[in-house]
Design a protein around this ligand. Sequence first.
Ligand SMILES: [Zn+2]
Length: 80
Amino acid sequence: MRGLKCRHAGGWSHARGEARCRDCGTVRVTSYGALRTPDTPEVRTPPARQAHIADRLAAEWVARTARRRPWWGLVTPMGA
Ligand SMILES: [Zn+2]
């Protein structure tokens, strides 16, 4: 709860892409580098077979959804 009332008047100490409030310890990220993982991200590509299955399932879902009556189709227009 201390952090919620702190107006950070004590100033900020800066280190490695972050600023830390000297009073409450609130951390603010000041550069993109602080958010990065130490290693480069691993490149992961799903196998072609899985991509094909996902495409077919998505197409099937779209086809089924397009045929269904939309929710606004249930609303009767006024005066009708
Ligand atoms: Zn503070």
